[in-house]
Design a protein around this ligand. Structure first.
Ligand code: DQQ
Length: 539
């Protein structure tokens, strides 16, 4: 039990010790995936921010490398903050990052690999002319950070980046144009702005194809695409995105639906997930998303453990052609190389009020793929009978979690349960039916009984998930000691839970199916694999 070591993950990326936050500058170079991250080399709390560095050939097994950037210049002495990589057509790499200066002013700095022929990119050079950008008039000195990956204009010579900020309470993103990444021109106005959303951190901006299944290079522009704009909202610490149209002539982006604009509607993840960043993987023509899973225990416990934070399993991101309104996130296929064995359960009947154990042995490291079919007649009948469940009142976050029963939900899986169910984390669907007979499906993760530890936050997370006619309800869940990443309907709605079981650990962690609906029998099928630990080694 030393240092709560059972909370360390088996296959999620985390440093050996100390504090980590945002993913930085992910890229693929000469056969290696590179991940940099906000890192405190000295302690398990935020501070002395440097860039940690690790490489992998498959995004799952990692080799920790020496720190890439430390705060050793006047223009970053208070921290080498978040930044992004751009790979130029000649193969060279440009890194732009925010420095917090001697005077705590946020400026943008340029760096590049000392030796591009080194596949590990061990040595980096900070450009002697730094900083390359300082806060422009009208922008607060502490509201100017996290430059994006650059994208090329139609002439291939001009490049653009966007940087998040705020003006009063309006979240904004500035656009800069550059040819050499040393001198920049600021465009008038903003790429986009949304009143009331506050400071935009870690803005991300990229094209998604509405016709093809592959990912697109950040510079790709043309027919059949939409642009996704994401901002990490400093005010509520969640990552919001929206899909829309980018006008490269005017340098403006317009949301498809102003009601679900950035910060008002969709989130990448409805759980513990922040400061995410994508990159285009030219190796496999896909766009990959990394997100930071912070701790939800106390700082004192983090110091005691000696480490804090984990990164999500990298996820591919594509436009959802079926709904046309959202993206799909899915764990990279390389994940599946960790699968071992495999247990199958077919058409398990779950009458109202049932809890059915799935005997898979240890439930500490699992990959679960499950689907649920709700009895059609009962679903039909609920149209007229249902009164307490209506579309406006049910919300995962406020409706009492998995123990609160309705006619058509909740039902799903229980992970990290001990045998007596004194600790448990249910991941579930809950169907509601409005007075108009319209069905809405909610997807939730309930941490309220996840741990007997006192000083950890236990949230009930979730949102709605689009379900199209004829579709079964489906879920994929990655379980890893203290992390639960859950993907509903092929990744339309995603929830990451950071939980701290004290009893449901190692081989004592069990798995169950449950149906707590009062008015419907559910039939469940599941395929479950144990996952090997990923080798994560030091250099
Ligand atoms: N983390 C960095 C900032 C960024 C914030 C500092 C988001 O650059 O805005 O560690 O978590």
């Amino acid at each position: 039990n030393a240092m709560l070591s059972w909370q360390r993950t088996g296959y999620h990326f985390q440093p050996e010790k100390n504090w980590m936050n945002d993913p930085d500058g992910p890229l693929f170079h000469k056969g290696w995936y590179h991940l940099f991250y906000q890192y405190n080399p000295d302690s398990a709390v935020w501070g002395n921010i440097s860039w940690g560095h690790a490489v992998s050939t498959d995004l799952i097994h990692w080799l920790h490398l020496p720190i890439s950037f430390i705060p050793d210049k006047w223009y970053d002495s208070n921290g080498v903050w978040t930044g992004s990589a751009t790979i130029l057509p000649d193969g060279s790499i440009v890194m732009l990052y925010t420095g917090s200066t001697d005077d705590l002013v946020q400026v943008q700095n340029l760096a590049y690999p000392a030796n591009l022929s080194d596949p590990l990119l061990l040595d980096w050079v900070k450009y002697p002319g730094n900083p390359v950008l300082v806060p422009p008039p009208g922008i607060g000195g502490q509201d100017f950070r996290d430059p994006t990956t650059a994208w090329a204009g139609p002439d291939g010579k001009k490049w653009f980046i966007t940087i998040g900020s705020k003006v009063n309470k309006t979240g904004v993103s500035l656009v800069y144009e550059t040819v050499d990444f040393k001198k920049y021109k600021l465009w008038d106005g903003f790429l986009h702005e949304v009143p009331g959303t506050g400071m935009w951190e870690c803005v991300d901006f990229y094209p998604v194809s509405t016709v093809e299944g592959n990912g697109l290079d950040t510079s790709y522009n043309g027919p059949g695409i939409k642009h996704l704009l994401k901002a990490s909202m400093d005010d509520d610490k969640n990552d919001y995105y929206a899909l829309g149209t980018y006008d490269i002539v005017k340098q403006k982006w317009t949301p498809d639906n102003p009601e679900i604009d950035v910060g008002l509607g969709l989130r990448y993840d409805y759980g513990k997930f922040y400061a995410s960043k994508t990159f285009y993987d030219q190796n496999k023509q896909r766009r990959i998303l990394w997100g930071w899973i912070g701790e939800t225990d106390s700082e004192a416990i983090d110091l005691f453990k000696g480490w804090a934070s984990v990164q999500t399993i990298p996820r591919t991101v594509v436009f959802d052609k079926e709904t046309g309104t959202n993206i799909l996130q899915w764990p990279v296929e390389e994940m599946e190389s960790l699968r071992q064995g495999g247990n199958e359960f077919n058409n398990v009947k779950l009458p109202p009020g049932s809890v059915v154990p799935l005997d898979v042995g240890s439930g500490a490291q699992l990959d679960i793929v499950a689907s649920f079919e709700v009895d059609k007649v009962a679903l039909e009948e609920a149209t007229t009978e249902e009164e307490e469940a209506d579309n406006t009142s049910y919300q995962c976050t406020t409706s009492g979690g998995a123990s609160s029963r309705g006619k058509l939900g909740p039902f799903g899986l229980i992970v990290f349960a001990d045998a007596s169910l004194s600790e448990l984390t249910p991941v579930y669907f809950y169907i509601t039916k409005g007075p108009d007979g319209k069905i809405q499906t909610h997807f939730c993760s309930d941490e309220s009984r996840s741990s007997q530890a006192p000083d950890v936050s236990k949230e009930i997370y979730g949102s709605t998930v689009p379900v199209l006619a004829g579709e079964k309800l489906s879920v994929r869940i990655l379980v890893d000691h203290s992390i639960v990443e859950s993907f509903a309907q092929g990744g339309r709605t995603v929830i990451t839970s950071r939980v701290y079981p004290t009893k449901a650990i190692y081989t004592a962690a069990r798995l169950f199916l449950f149906n707590n609906a009062t008015g419907v029998t559910v039939s469940a099928s599941a395929k479950i694999w144990h996952l090997n630990s990923a080798d994560i080694r030091s250099y």
